[in-house]
Design a protein around this ligand. Structure first.
Ligand SMILES: *Cc1c(COP(=O)(O)O)cnc(C)c1O
Length: 468
């Protein structure tokens, strides 16, 4: 595995090397730079899920998302095992599917016993088509349409209510519609005044966020619900941010939420679920140092357990909804290298056959990624180059400073940790067809998302008669 050191992790020793020996070291997939099944084979090529990445490109084309089933399943199991270990009450892990919502991912995650968060009618439809039990679906969003609400309710999903407008809409929907089973099961989303950035967090009375109710409104919300039999409040929800490396914010969140929770009894509401959101970070580079899944679940469980003891209330059913930390590490994106341009004394641009359309995170959030050259894994990293995309946009840079071996056109470049918010945020900018995605497992590779064709690109185009 020496060549994974080419990712630039020489200093960190074993730490980022993939190993299935997770339990002993207490590491979890979100702490690795590569999928758990990553190997270098005898041809010096990168292998994921038992498949040679260069052969995958030959078979399925380029660029290609490669999703490692074993890593995804192992991550689901680590969340489940951690709750089993640290929480004495009931629990349910949900996958925040906005990170990557498609039939295969929904089906895998559901088969591991997870529920699924959805934020639109489209995500809801996909999860249902994948066979996810509607009772394990939670609809989020700060501006759900009536159609989305109706679809969710008619299918028996729970609704995470964001605001007064939505509460009132639900009351209206629940009233007379014979298709809608009363009461409608809802959770209330609150904005706890805990704000997280990756390396700091602040606690304020109010938070400037478009999501959720102000906690000061909780009494009014509970009162409203208790006066409307169309609604059944089964839980409370909060989500404080993403790519979080600290444990304290979620510990504080647990404590605050139990205080909210203990109020519900005053209004005779059957509130049972506490959903503490997602947000656990992953390693995009060797500089990232997120806690393990186990540590995160432990801290949250302890905070909630001790707050419940203090308030002398029974343990709620505890829910969490990881997105990034569940799927980020499980996928890599393989590209074929093309043109190069050296600007003397400044930098060398090395261009891939994709870019901001398949991974909009660098241009959107200045996100940093690591990459390896899949067909020459043991070659020493002697160059620092800029990996550019092929889009007509100067900012279309995937990696500003990549440490790589000397590369040539048609080398296969693999960008790591692209499972979260890559395919789900992909676009057809410049009319690039979206790449295919394959699911790899023990040497088998199955298409889970077909590569778009040019015909797909004009599928929704219409040419009015008078323009022909
Ligand atoms: C985005 C989101 C998540 C998942 O966040 P991650 O950082 O990907 O774990 C969970 N819950 C809600 C409400 C979200 O909006």
């Amino acid at each position: 595995m020496g060549s994974i050191n080419a990712v630039g992790v020489q200093n960190s020793g074993r730490r980022y090397l993939p190993t299935m020996d997770q339990g002993a070291e207490g590491r979890s997939p979100n702490q690795y730079l590569v999928p758990l099944t990553t190997r270098v084979n005898s041809r010096d090529c990168l292998e994921v899920g038992g498949c040679d990445v260069t052969e995958l490109i030959q078979q399925f084309g380029s660029p290609l998302y490669i999703l490692d089933e074993e890593t995804l399943r192992a991550t689901c199991r680590q969340y489940q095992a951690a709750f089993q270990r640290h929480y004495l009450g009931q629990y349910q892990v949900l996958y925040a599917s906005k990170a990557w919502n498609c039939l295969a991912v929904c089906a895998i995650v559901h088969s591991e016993g997870l529920g699924i968060d959805i934020v639109s009618g489209g995500e809801l439809f996909t999860a249902l088509q994948a066979g996810v039990s509607p009772g394990k679906l939670y609809l989020h969003g700060n501006n759900k349409s009536e159609e989305e609400l109706r679809l969710a309710i008619e299918n028996g999903c729970k609704i995470v209510v964001d605001n007064w407008h939505e509460l009132k809409t639900l009351v209206d929907l629940g009233g007379d519609n014979p298709n809608i089973q009363n009461p409608i099961r809802i959770l209330i989303r609150l904005t706890p005044g805990i704000e997280c950035h990756t390396h700091e967090y602040i606690r304020t009375g109010h938070l400037d966020s478009k999501f959720g109710f102000d906690p000061n409104e909780l009494d009014a919300v509970f009162r409203f619900i208790s006066q409307h039999p169309q609604l059944e409040c089964c839980g409370l929800h909060a989500h404080i941010g993403s790519q979080i490396f600290e444990l304290q914010p979620h510990s504080d969140l647990g404590t605050v939420m139990v205080q909210w929770f203990s109020k519900a009894a005053q209004y005779g509401l059957p509130v049972q679920e506490l959903n503490i959101g997602g947000g656990l970070g992953i390693c995009y580079t060797e500089a990232d140092d997120p806690p393990s899944i186990d540590a995160w679940v432990q801290v949250v469980s302890q905070a909630i357990t001790s707050a419940c003891q203090e308030n002398q209330i029974p343990l709620p059913k505890l829910l969490c909804e990881p997105g990034r930390s569940l799927i980020g590490t499980a996928c890599v994106t393989a590209y074929t290298l093309g043109s190069q341009k050296t600007v003397p004394d400044i930098r060398t641009y090395v261009t891939v056959d994709g870019g901001m359309s398949d991974n909009p995170r660098p241009i959107t959030y200045q996100s940093v990624y690591r990459a390896v050259v899949a067909n020459r894994m043991s070659a020493p990293c002697t160059e620092t180059v800029t990996i550019a995309g092929k889009h007509c946009e100067s900012g279309d840079i995937l990696i500003k400073e990549a440490n790589l071996p000397k590369t040539e056109p048609s080398d296969i470049l693999v960008v790591l940790n692209t499972g979260a918010y890559n395919y789900s945020m992909a676009s057809n900018y410049n009319r690039l067809p979206r790449p295919a995605a394959v699911l790899v497992n023990q040497g088998e590779a199955n298409i889970i998302l077909q590569r778009e064709s040019y015909q797909d690109l004009i599928r929704q185009d219409c040419l009015p008669e008078r323009l022909r």
